[in-house]
Structures are given as structure tokens and as C-alpha cells.
Design a protein around this ligand. Sequence first.
Ligand code: C2E
Ligand code: MG
Ligand code: MG
Ligand code: MG
Length: 288
Amino acid sequence: RAKSAGGNRFELADPEADARAITRHGLTTALPTALERGEFFIEYQPLVHLGDGSVRGAEALVRWLHPQHGVLGPDRFIPLAEHTGLIVPLGRWVLEQSVRQAREWRELRGGAEAMGPLRINVNLSPCQLTHPGLVQDTVDILERTGVEPDALCLEVTESALIGADDDLLKPLRRLAEMGVDIALDDFGTGYSNLANLRRLPVSILKLDRSFTQSMQQFPADPVDLKIVEGIVSLAHSLDLAVTVEGVETGAQAEQLRILGCDTAQGWYYARPGPPERLHELALVDATG
Ligand code: C2E
Ligand code: MG
Ligand code: MG
Ligand code: MG
């Protein structure tokens, strides 16, 4: 189908683009009811200590079980939820669910106090950062569930904090003072301003998966090794812990451990899954 667009110009309709637009439109309008109907669910991916292999926590990753399209990943709907503002109630729901889950794990882990509580990492979108209710909502959720602030880590992408002024950082500072950890997610993908790190209230750097991918070959590219080594030593000198994402092989894990990274996450250990999976992993830990 070609339609005339005035004068003698012709525009070809692109059926695929049409379909994408319809789906996008359809998904956007379905989002609010999806939250009411309980169509969202959370998968958890373990965070593993590279030194001893123990599970230290998990990252919460939201999914949408759409009645027609099946399970949709966050990349399909988070941008839409950000655009419409639904991300604020959705993000609050994810936070509450995840913190409740963390409390359940804590109870199950009982005897393994020496290893500290299983920690829960929750992603925050930039819209949630600028929403005035963030600190109070978080405090309320922690109080309602009886979870200590230091069992919670909020992940914010580096790009969300680029050029951040003090107003944007204030709620994060407040949360950090309470004992909530703030992690800088996807670190190394943007225009990482290393000097800027000092003024951000973060305690964890999450090295982007692209670094892990460059550790695929053995021996890895010497320049990549130097870069990661440099980031890790800078991070440690600023008292930041380093987590690596996207670890898919034992060789990558070993290389990143040697480079001094603290914690890892990836398919090599476990894919994101239902909370029961973590029950098992955590209990295995607790009993040795
Ligand atoms: P992220 O926070 O960087 O999360 C890590 C992503 O890497 C997840 O994708 C995870 O499934 C994937 N991943 C983990 N291990 C591996 C691996 O070994 N190999 C590969 N190839 N991938 C791995 P997912 O679940 O599709 O989430 C994508 C992004 O969506 C997240 O990136 C995060 O930015 C966002 N997101 C997820 N849940 C939420 C949420 O509740 N709120 C907000 N605002 N964003 C969320
Ligand atoms: Mg994340
Ligand atoms: Mg990440
Ligand atoms: Mg990522």
C-alpha cells in the first residue's frame, strides 16, 4: 500500500513499523490494568561472592505475563511505563514485593547469620529518582516488612546520574545515610566521569556486561584486562565494591576474580528465576 503524501511524493507504508506501533500502543494502554490485575511478576538472579562462591543476594527483575503476548521482558515495557508515569506505582510494587521476598529468605536462612542477610537489589528508573515520594515509600516498605535498610541495594544506571545536580542526589544521599546501598548499574557504558564518582552516594559499581564479554577469550585482550584492573583498583580505593554482570563461563568468573572483582552475577551461576530457586541456593549455603 502506497499512499500519496501531497504533491508528487509517495510514502511506502511499512507494515512491520505499523505492527510495532500498534503493539507499543496496545501495550501502553494495557499497562495500568496489568498492574491492577497482577500480571507482573518478579524473577530473581543470585549475586555470588567471587571469593568463596556463596550466594550473597539477588537482583529483582520484573516481567509481564501478558494475556496475549506471553512473558515480556522489561526492555519491552519499562520504557513505556517510564513514558506514561506508570513506572512510579510499578516500581513501588517491585520494591515492596522484593523486600518482602528478602524477609522470607532471611527467615529461611536462620542459622547462617555469619554470612549476613541475603541482600536484595532493586532497579530504579530515573523517573523514580525525581519522584518526591521515593524516600518515604522506601522507609514505609522497610518498616512494614521489618527488613533492615542494609539488606537493600537500589541500582541506578550511570546514565541516570550523568550531570546530576544536588537536588537529584539528595534522595539517594538520604537513603545511603539510612544504610541502603546504592549501586551504579551498567558502569562503563556511558561517558564515565571517574572524578564524578566521588560526589555520588554510591557504594557499589556494577561493571557492565560488555567488560565480561571481553573476558571471553583466553587469554583475554591485554588492554581490556588493564581497563578492568584499573576500574577495580580505583573503585576499591574509593571504598566501592565491584559487581560484574553477565558472567556466562567459568573462565570469565576466574579471570574477574583474579582482577579483584568482589561479586558476580550471570547465567554461569543461574538465570533469573522464581524465588524458590533462591531458597534452594541459600539453604545449600546455610548448611555448607
Ligand atoms: P540490568 O539491571 O542491567 O539487569 C541485568 C540484565 O542482564 C537482566 O536482563 C538479566 O536477565 C540479564 N543477564 C543476567 N545474566 C546474564 C548473562 O549471563 N548473560 C546475558 N546475556 N544476560 C544476562 P532483563 O531481566 O531483561 O532486564 C533488562 C533491564 O531491565 C535491566 O538491566 C534493568 O535495567 C531493567 N529492569 C529490570 N527490572 C526492572 C525494574 O523492576 N525496574 C526498572 N526500572 N528497571 C528494571
Ligand atoms: Mg540492574
Ligand atoms: Mg546492570
Ligand atoms: Mg545491564
